[in-house]
Write a protein that binds this ligand. Structure first.
Ligand code: FAD
Length: 469
């Protein structure tokens, strides 16, 4: 059983099939042959380390952890241990499809069966097409006409009874999780350790808590970053510590199949957005590198290293943007509303190519995911499928005043502003010197002055957009 982005023992279809067939050798291979843009970022490596430790425990220490070229490793394991079939759950990144196709061929050539199955999506991309057999490009018809009319997703299954290969003791002498050296050398992960229980159990706890405490208010609370109104399951989904089927049916069963509650309806449709991102990645495969809408190929992005660095470090002088970027750096997570705000600020107010933002998120997010990250960035940039139009430019002051009314979120991540009153919290540069002084703030010293003027940069963005219209 080759584990990849499905690091769980419950509801793992490939593991179930492998266990049914015979004794199992569970293996995880840290693939050192992936393309540059798929090499894991720092935060993802941290998550992976802990997820492998937890999986090792769930498999009673029988997980073989290796690094290298999966094709070579799998072929050699098959020969060494007389293995007759290799099972895995499918991945949908274009490079992974190419890799897995080649591995399947090589295994079959050496008379070993290779069996892949769907373990990470509710509906596989090839299963949902328009009447004319072409893929959808717009979310609502994709989800409503395509997914919700397709056969129901698989109901989650239990952990299968497992018996491991006889020569496991010999096999276990190989590398271990620590040998992958995934943890940071510098201790920047303290917040993350406090915040995340990286295990299947941790995912189930989050899901149960969310269903009991938050889902019914999800439609309103999901936009307020200071409230724990969302499930925070995204990194668990990405690495497969929980399947979307487990979440879908837990919600379904808790509400007896009813989607009448707005929160329930919207939550399930957010799982649909995750599906849609994979769908786009599968059908239009280069969305990580190229504009979905090719009109954007001629967009006059600017090179602005200083602006990019200020954005990355949470020092733009716009509080809600800085709070978001600091949340990301400290916790490996950022609230969805704030992801949209900081992304809009980068691609519109700073006019920096969305791919720069995508890369930074890739490095810093625990849920960094080729599908959802590229789709998210292209949605904000206006270059994506079913994207927000480019000319709809978020005003970060109004966004802050609307979704962080009391300023709790900004104050948490920009504590230097904590004494500033609500009136100017989202626009400290408009406060008088006296007001700033009584809040112990000298702009440019304690907190940055804005690096761009929001009004002027908005006009500049609209002018840039006109050139490709
Ligand atoms: P909840 O609100 O609880 O939603 C439940 C689940 O639905 C999430 O866990 C996630 O799997 C899925 N989901 C929710 N919103 C979206 C969405 N807009 N697109 C796709 N799936 C969604 N999500 C990632 O998982 N990985 C990424 O790398 C990523 N990058 C993003 C980049 C940008 C610029 C933007 C705007 C969004 C990005 N998202 C990404 C989507 C979204 O922000 C996160 O999935 C969400 O914030 C995760 O928090 P949650 O689990 O509490 O979500």
């Amino acid at each position: 059983m080759w584990f990849r982005q499905d690091l769980r023992v419950k509801d793992n279809p490939a593991l179930i099939k492998a266990a049914k067939q015979s004794k199992v050798l569970p293996v995880y291979i840290y693939d050192t042959s992936v393309p540059q843009n798929a090499v894991l970022g720092g935060a993802s490596k941290w998550w992976l380390h802990h997820a492998l430790v937890a999986l090792q425990e769930s498999l009673d220490g029988n997980l073989l952890v290796l690094s290298g070229d999966p094709q070579e490793i799998l072929l050699s394991l098959c020969t060494q241990h007389n293995i007759s079939s290799v099972h895995w759950n499918r991945m949908y990144e274009p490079w992974a499809i190419a890799r897995d196709t080649a591995i399947k061929k090589a295994l079959k050539a050496s008379e070993c069966d290779a069996l892949s199955t769907n373990g990470s999506l509710l509906w596989e991309p090839m299963q949902v097409l328009k009447k004319d057999e072409t893929p959808y490009k717009v979310f609502t018809p994709y989800y409503k006409n395509g997914c919700l009319n397709a056969p129901d997703p698989r109901y989650p299954q239990r952990k299968p009874p497992l018996s491991f290969m006889d020569d496991m003791d010999e096999v276990k002498g190989y590398q271990g999780v620590d040998s992958l050296a995934l943890l940071p050398r510098v201790n920047w992960d303290l917040h993350m350790q406090e915040m995340w229980n990286v295990s299947e159990q941790g995912a189930q706890c989050k899901l149960e808590y969310f269903i009991k405490q938050a889902i019914e208010e999800y439609n309103d609370d999901r936009n307020v970053p200071s409230v724990a109104g969302t499930s925070q399951l995204s990194p668990y989904f990405h690495f497969g510590l929980i399947s979307p089927n487990q979440a879908w049916y837990a919600v379904h069963d808790a509400f007896n199949g009813s989607r009448e509650n707005k929160g329930v309806y919207v939550y399930l449709s957010e799982l649909g957005w995750r599906e849609f991102s994979y769908y786009l990645l599968f059908h239009f495969n280069d969305i990580q590198n190229r504009n979905f809408n090719t009109k954007f190929d001629n967009f006059p992005w600017v090179q602005d290293k200083e602006g990019l660095r200020a954005w990355q470090q949470g020092k733009t002088g716009v509080p809600i943007v800085d709070a978001g970027m600091r949340e990301l750096y400290q916790t490996g997570y950022m609230h969805n509303r704030v992801r949209m705000i900081v992304a809009s600020y980068l691609v519109k107010n700073l006019l920096i190519d969305w791919r720069e933002g995508e890369r930074w998120f890739w490095d810093c997010l625990l849920d960094a995911d080729s599908a959802s990250n590229s789709a998210g960035w292209q949605w904000v940039a206006g270059s994506g499928a079913d994207a927000s139009p480019y000319f709809r430019i978020f005003n970060p002051i109004l966004q802050g005043e609307k979704f962080d009314k009391e300023g709790a979120y900004v104050k948490k991540y920009c504590p230097e502003l904590s004494k500033l009153g609500k009136k100017f919290l989202h626009k400290p540069w408009e406060a008088s010197e006296q007001e700033l002084l009584s809040a112990n703030i000298v702009l440019g010293k304690d907190y940055p002055k804005p690096i761009v003027d929001l009004k002027k940069s908005r006009v500049r963005a609209l002018d840039a957009y006109k050139t490709i219209k």
